[in-house]
Design a protein around this ligand. Structure first.
Ligand code: HEC
Ligand code: HEC
Ligand code: HEC
Ligand code: HEC
Ligand code: HEC
Length: 371
């Protein structure tokens, strides 16, 4: 299987010639470029993402197998994956991350067990074809434009986001939809905004598809992760957590997400679901951790099994019951959803201190007052 995949990659790399970098799209697609330049797609390589760089350094010293999804536009993809060539910050095809050109050249996604593969239509033409979902696209002097169904049904996301197994055949991440054949990734992650998709807007379009690709680093998105519901009866607090997303709550093993519940009486906290660490309340904490062949805690690349697997699938809900001391009229019960890009103990181990990676993102809040 590995050999077949490497051969495929080689064929894709060999057929590719001319590359248009993301900056070159700015001339006409100004707003989309500005959104993309701030997104994690643009910053996905070791040159843009400190977290990715640190994890790469401990998991694979010489070879950069991660390039397949984190630096997919590089010309020497298979040499990079095998470790025969090293990343070069001066090469724009590498620092460009998941670039405009790369994404819009994907013509088909090949589904495989370890991870999926993107098929590229890049041909080396002076005037390449960009695939998309516009109705009756206008012509441009820089490229042709063509409709391709995978830019409508979100299949284009599945080349990189579906799933990934490590060398031991153990699945370490998964953003596959679980409630329907295909989840509408585009509807949730590329909302439409007012305006044209390019500067001149000759077609007079009044909306375009945004390219911020917001996720866990956005308070606004984190507020949409779950729906929380509270009830109090017979000295029991009943908390319902419903996952509103098209994928599991935990898609990537670096994350920590949980619901914090407190009871306050006259402004003072009299009860909480945990004291120091959210892990004290396993039912309301969502986290994945791995173990190696000896059962010891491990990083994803050496994982053989789960050490901890507390997750909740797409569009499903769970109810957590807390037995509390008898509450009085006027006591307030409040639950808050909190997310971390990197679980604080992993951040400490990897010595990652940037605010973006270590701060708490605050999501939905729900509260009731005892009657
Ligand atoms: C099959 C495609 C694929 C491969 C191969 C891959 N990744 Fe990723 N990686 C992703 C996707 C997709 C995400 C975003 C997942 C999410 O946010 O849920 C991601 C996210 C990450 C993150 C989180 C980054 C952040 O800033 O939030 C780290 C760290 C990471 N990958 C490390 C690696 C390392 C190290 C390798 C190589 C050993 C690797 N990945 C290989 C697809 C891949
Ligand atoms: C000289 C101006 C110009 C430049 C530079 C340019 N484009 Fe375009 N692009 C257009 C025009 C015009 C359209 C058609 C817009 C419409 O119909 O509303 C278009 C449409 C598109 C579409 C929609 C295709 C479809 O069928 O839905 C994509 C995708 C696209 N461009 C990607 C890119 C990328 C990626 C780059 C940079 C590598 C780029 N463009 C550079 C002018 C340009
Ligand atoms: C060529 C591979 C590739 C394709 C195709 C791709 N992604 Fe990604 N995506 C990534 C990688 C890699 C990351 C993680 C970057 C990082 O954090 O270092 C990512 C990150 C994300 C994030 C998280 C951003 C954040 O702030 O943490 C979202 C949301 C996302 N992608 C959605 C999508 C959607 C929706 C599609 C389909 C329209 C898509 N992606 C297509 C590789 C890809
Ligand atoms: C119903 C809306 C919805 C759909 C459908 C959806 N997502 Fe998300 N997704 C979200 C929200 C909201 C978040 C941010 C909250 C969070 O990360 O906890 C998110 C987060 C993410 C992240 C970052 C997760 C993390 O922990 O870093 C990635 C990557 C992602 N989505 C990719 C996808 C892909 C790929 C698809 C299609 C299979 C998809 N999403 C479908 C709503 C959705
Ligand atoms: C991760 C993949 C990905 C990246 C990176 C990406 N796009 Fe797109 N783009 C898409 C998808 C998917 C659509 C179609 C969304 C839809 O169905 O409306 C799209 C739509 C478009 C359109 C048509 C807009 C419309 O209103 O429908 C243009 C133009 C475009 N992209 C240009 C760009 C440019 C320029 C960049 C870089 C600055 C870029 N894209 C980066 C996935 C991507």
């Amino acid at each position: 299987m590995k050999k077949v995949i490497l051969l495929l990659l080689f064929m894709l790399a060999a057929s590719e010639a001319k590359y248009l970098d993301s900056k070159s799209c700015k001339e006409c697609h100004e707003d989309i470029y500005a959104e993309h330049a701030k997104s994690m797609h643009h910053k996905s390589s070791i040159f843009g993402d400190e977290i990715h760089k640190k994890v790469k350094e401990i998991s694979s010293k010489s070879n950069y197998s991660c390039a397949l999804c984190h630096m997919p536009a590089t010309k020497n993809l298979s040499a990079m994956i095998r470790g025969e060539e090293q990343p070069d910050p001066a090469d724009v095809r590498q620092s460009d991350g998941v670039s405009c050109f790369y994404c819009h050249q994907i013509s088909k996604v090949h589904h495989a067990k370890a991870y999926n593969i993107n098929f590229s239509s890049a041909s080396g033409d002076e005037k390449p074809t960009m695939f998309g979902n516009l109705k009756d696209p206008d012509s441009s002097d820089k490229h042709h434009a063509e409709h391709n169904e995978i830019y409508k049904n979100s299949e284009v996301c599945m080349g990189c986001h579906s799933h990934k197994e490590n060398e031991h055949g153990f699945e370490v991440c998964n953003t596959k939809n679980q409630y329907d054949k295909r989840s509408d990734c585009i509807a949730c992650h590329m909302p439409r905004a007012a305006g044209g998709n390019e500067k001149f807007n000759k077609k007079g379009r009044d909306e375009y598809t945004t390219h911020n690709f917001l996720g866990i680093r956005s308070d606004e998105m984190v507020k949409k992760t779950v729906k929380l519901e509270l009830a109090y009866k017979n000295n029991m607090i009943e908390l319902t957590i419903a996952n509103k997303m098209g994928h599991s709550i935990i898609t990537h093993p670096m994350r920590l997400k949980f619901a914090k519940t407190v009871v306050t009486r006259k402004g003072e906290v009299i009860w909480s679901n945990f004291k120091e660490s959210p892990q004290e309340d396993k039912e309301a904490t969502f986290i994945i951790a791995f173990k190696d062949s000896e059962g010891k805690p491990s990083m994803p690349h050496t994982a053989k099994d789960y050490l901890i697997n507390q997750n909740l699938k797409a569009m499903s809900a769970k109810t957590v019951l807390y037995s509390v001391p008898k509450l009085q009229k006027g006591d307030e019960i409040k639950t808050t959803w909190i997310s971390y890009v990197i679980s604080p103990n992993i951040a400490q181990k990897l010595q990652i201190t940037s605010e973006e990676a270590t701060k708490a993102y605050v999501g939905a809040e729900e509260s009731i007052v005892v009657q």
